[in-house]
Design a protein around this ligand. Structure first.
Ligand SMILES: NC(=O)c1ccc[n+]([C@@H]2O[C@H](COP(=O)([O-])OP(=O)(O)OC[C@H]3O[C@@H](n4cnc5c(N)ncnc54)[C@H](OP(=O)(O)O)[C@@H]3O)[C@@H](O)[C@H]2O)c1
Length: 251
């Protein structure tokens, strides 16, 4: 019997790769979803005796996301003490002034990944774990950008604001059935997404200099540190009480 069954999206790089490593502990069973898999993670899991399944899927393809969500959740053992869904995969693209957001495919892909795939996975997670005598926890990795407007990030800000409200609705519907959902901003983390941000043109992203400064002055958080703090938050007795949260609120 697994103590914790964790489902994690966006596990191949960045914060997700660090979360995956931090989740590798005896008693945990981990399912990861991203377009790419991670051979090193496979080796680490087998060295620790952790059951790991890595699924390669494009979560910006809503039909693929729906199918994988159904398949993953249907296969979950039903005797774990805790079920943990971490919706971490996300994209900051397209980065553009609102007047330049003319590509429907780019906008649609961002909403599909950042919002729709979260809803599809969460739906199956809620249904599958309903009625189990287990902890049922959801962490949606949001962003300060969902709470504060940022020029050039209209799509990103809108998707993360949507994620925040979606999380609140999940709690409104399911908290009384023991579900704990948190929409969590991770701070500014040293990942590929930050490289993407720094490669933006200043004309599409006026805040460029601040993000360049954060990198050069060593002020970006390390993915491993943020991952540890996120998992520590899920272990707290008061997890879920602050549904819109920021990991920087915790030392
Ligand atoms: N880094 C920051 O400073 C920061 C700040 C605030 C919020 N966040 C949020 O933190 C989360 C993780 O960001 P990160 O910085 O770690 O980003 P990242 O380095 O760009 O990694 C993104 C992860 O998402 C996966 N992903 C991207 N597109 C996908 C798709 N179409 N289908 C499936 N998986 C996909 C990627 O895997 P594949 O490419 O293999 O698919 C990768 O594992 C995101 O939700 C982001 O919005 C980050």
């Amino acid at each position: 019997m697994s103590q914790t069954i964790a489902i994690l999206t966006g596990a191949s790089r960045g914060l997700g790769a660090a979360l995956a490593r931090a989740l590798l502990a005896p008693g945990t069973q981990l399912v990861t979803l991203a377009r790419r898999t991670d051979d090193e993670l496979t080796a680490l899991a087998s060295a620790q005796g952790v059951k790991l399944e890595q699924i390669s899927v494009d979560l910006a393809d809503a039909n693929a996301a729906a199918q994988v969500a159904e398949r993953v959740c249907a296969a979950l053992p039903r005797d774990a003490a805790r079920y943990l869904l971490i919706n971490n995969a996300g994209t900051v693209n397209p980065v553009a002034n609102a007047s330049g957001l003319t590509d429907p495919a780019a906008i649609g892909a961002a909403f599909a990944l950042n919002v729709t795939s979260v809803m599809l996975l969460t739906a199956r997670f809620l249904a599958t774990t309903q009625g189990l005598a287990a902890k049922r926890q959801i962490v949606n990795i949001s962003s300060g950008a969902g709470r504060q407007p940022t020029a050039g990030w209209a799509v990103y800000c809108a998707t993360k604001a949507a994620l925040d409200m979606y999380t609140r609705v999940v709690n409104a519907e399911h908290r009384e059935h023991g579900v704990q959902a948190v929409s969590l901003a991770p701070g500014v983390v040293d990942t590929g997404m930050q490289e993407t941000i720094r490669s933006s043109g200043v004309e599409s992203f006026p805040g460029l200099a601040r993000f360049q400064d954060l990198k050069t002055s060593g002020k970006l958080a390390s993915p491993a540190d943020v991952a540890q703090r996120i998992l520590a938050l899920t272990e707290r007795d008061d997890f879920g009480q602050t549904e819109i949260d920021d990991i920087r609120n915790y030392a």
